[in-house]
Design a protein around this ligand. Structure first.
Ligand code: PMP
Length: 394
């Protein structure tokens, strides 16, 4: 309920990371629950080929007005697939408009885009996928530095179909944050060469960075935008890949080979769409925006205090509602240190889950400033002992 989860033994956990960045308005938000129940009793599912339905149409219209600059919405059901679709659109677009030499794809080092093969290839620079590298499709991985990116596009840009990036914050690659002007410079380099700009806002979408979408802090609107995670308020799997009208137009024509023939059994599931519509309507009330602002202000106040109280914490950083800090040492994913921190937090009533050495907060927007501030205080109490392998300090 709300920002809390309850364990089997009845203990309360503050969900400081929105259950893998999905939960926007709190768990079991009554508006979203009601929309799901109503839709489940009205139209549960229908194939999304040759058919459409009211929740899908209304959601597409809602997303198009929430994200100006786009023309069409393509549905699928998880973030990885939204990225696969974006990559397919980029490659197919150039074939359709008579530039078939544009077959290269580029993505950023430390980027993470999901667990399917195209997404893994684009996320190769995150370090998660070594075991599959022999068979991953080719994607050029660029160092996230402006001169390197400019040089790459100068040399190879004429052959590049699309440049994929997580704008402002690279999530699973370590909550790496970049200023809007920097991301704009990368987009400008790609655009200058003609390549499409594909933005993966699966994590940054729906308010996490302080604006509804991270790209709204940039001067570049992407050609293709991937959204998932928080799209349903965090209750059901759904994703979209949005494109500009110009990209969509390239897929029209008499020949079937021009069409993007990509469909899954549960594409645009009506219940998931109804949940997403209910979540989008909550933004119209202004309540999530007030929560986002309060979270951002609390991070700004509390993150420096945490670093002052716990020796060894480095690189405190914040973008909107996301705050992160590096733990001392070089812990990797699944390390004893990050597990010790996770368990100590759990015992103290906080659901926090370091990614290697990166400890971060990304709470649902219903959390109060007092609750979040208390979470920081608790963390400052338990972290020193957790980091030295001692007891939880309480
Ligand atoms: N892109 C980004 C930026 C992500 O953070 C994630 C998931 N962590 C994905 C894509 C993949 O989403 P999913 O897990 O829904 O496939």
């Amino acid at each position: 309920e709300g920002a809390y989860l309850y364990t089997q033994s009845g203990e309360r956990l503050l969900d400081c990371i929105s259950s893998w960045w999905t939960c926007l308005h709190g768990h079991c938000h009554p508006d979203v629950v009601a929309a799901i129940a109503q839709q489940a009793a009205t139209l549960d599912h229908v194939l999304f080929a040759g058919h459409t339905h009211t929740p899908a149409v209304e959601l597409a219209e809602g997303l198009l007005s929430a994200a100006p600059g786009f023309g069409k919405v393509f549905y699928s059901d998880n973030g990885s697939t939204a990225v696969e679709v974006a990559l397919k659109i980029a490659l197919h677009y150039w074939q359709n408009i008579g530039q078939p030499q544009r077959t290269r794809l580029a993505a950023l080092e430390h980027g993470y885009h999901g667990d399917t093969f195209g997404a893994m290839a684009a996320g190769r620079g995150s370090g998660f996928f070594y075991s599959y590298s022999a068979v991953l499709p080719r994607v050029d991985i660029l160092s996230p530095e402006t001169p390197a990116i400019e040089a790459y596009f100068q040399e190879h840009g004429a052959d590049v179909a699309g440049f994929l990036l997580e704008p402002l914050v690279q999530g699973a690659g370590g909550m790496r944050m970049y200023a809007p002007a920097v991301v704009d410079a990368w987009c400008a380099a790609a655009r200058k060469s003609g390549a499409l700009v594909l933005m993966d806002e699966v994590m940054t979408g729906f308010g996490r960075t302080g604006t509804l979408f991270a790209h709204q802090q940039l001067s570049h609107t992407p050609d293709v935008l991937c959204l998932s995670k928080g799209i349903t308020g965090g209750m059901l799997p759904l994703s979209v890949t949005m494109t500009t009208e110009a990209v969509f137009q390239a897929f029209l024509g008499e020949s079937f080979s021009r069409a993007l023939a990509h469909g899954h059994s549960y594409t645009a599931n009506p219940i998931a769409c109804a949940a997403a519509l209910a979540s989008l309507r909550l933004f119209e009330s202004g309540a999530p925006q007030r929560g986002m602002a309060a979270i951002a202000a609390t991070h700004t106040r509390c993150l420096p205090l945490l670093c002052a109280r716990v020796p060894g914490l480095t690189n405190p950083r914040q973008t909107g509602t996301i705050a992160a800090v590096d733990l001392p040492g070089d812990a990797v994913y699944g390390s004893t240190q990050s597990q010790a921190v996770r368990l100590a937090c759990y015992k103290a009533g906080l659901l926090l889950r370091p990614m290697g050495k990166v400890l971060y907060f990304m709470p649902p927007y219903c959390v109060t400033s007092a609750e979040l501030e208390q979470a920081y205080t608790t963390l400052a109490e338990i972290l020193p002992a957790a980091l030295t392998g001692g007891t939880d300090g309480r």
